[in-house]
Design a protein around this ligand. Sequence first.
Ligand code: NAD
Ligand code: LMR
Length: 328
Amino acid sequence: MVKAVVLGAAGGIGQPLSLLLKNSPLVSELSLYDVVNTPGVAADLSHIATPAKVTGYLPADDGLKKALTDADIVVIPAGIPRKPGMTRDDLFKINAGIVKGLIQGIAENCPRAFILIISNPVNSTVPIAAEVLRKNKCFDPTRLFGVTSLDVVRAQTFVSEIVGESDPRKFTVPVVGGHSGETIVPLLSQTQPPVTIPSDKIRGLIKRIQFGGDEVVEAKGGAGSATLSMAFAGFRFAESVIKITKGEKGIVEPTFIYLAGVEGGEDVRKVTGLDFFAVPVELGPNGAAKARNPLEKATAEEKELINVCKTGLSQNIAKGVEFVAASA
Ligand code: NAD
Ligand code: LMR
């Protein structure tokens, strides 16, 4: 029995993500929470002929508490998306408070649930979540994940396009660092199976992976950012987390984690000097079992990208930590 909860379930990501969770045979209960429209989304999904029982909640009548009680996994795509010309950091003002409030709800109602944060800026919202959980004395770094899967999905797709492979799923591309522009660092040299990318295409490929989000924001012309590809990527990550609760082994997912609390994380922290960083993580029954360290094997050019990443990422992390420290 797995109860999955989506916070921000009526939004552009929330709806298709909830659809994928409703369609999953691994989910027995699906609980949807948003500040608007969840009764309608829940009614709609509840007609789908799969076993998961769907319920929808609004803030009134203790809706957040009811949505979260007994949750095994909580996925959070709540918050505003970018418009053309905005950075993810521009979303901080509004989304920091939204994430802080929702994490407080998790601390009070389901502190042992796995928490998957999609809301941007991920580089800051995950540190916010960690600090709120810490304040509530229930922070377990093995259960808190920043979802960076979309960067990996894009890397798989764009690498496939360049090498002329029709099925992007054949490739594993480690993408490390954070989730915004130059904090996103694809380690193309460690792509499996190995690929040869023409040297005149490498810089363009790296830029496209780093700024893939902008491509979608521009194409949508003010109507939001990636939603469908994010639902795909978020579901893929959520499904992996649900699978480990069912005893499945050997699952590795790149994700933005608090390094000090996860085995192997110290090795990454020694290289980056940062408390939070996305690396491929081996999942186990309790969540993040071991952080892999692909940084030592990075090429000189990739190490240069990691250096650039560190500057921006350290500021984003500090901003999140300070936000919680400054609030009551
Ligand atoms: P959206 O505006 O379509 O949906 C967001 C939903 O959040 C809305 O339904 C809104 O009502 C809800 N919401 C707002 N405040 C809430 C609260 N306090 N509690 C519960 N729900 C609340 O936006 P979207 O396109 O779904 O994007 C959501 C977030 O995901 C944005 O911050 C976006 O930048 C981010 N995002 C992250 C990634 C990633 O790779 N991590 C990818 C795409 C988008
Ligand atoms: C993405 O990478 O698509 C998301 O972070 C949304 C955005 O703002 O680009």
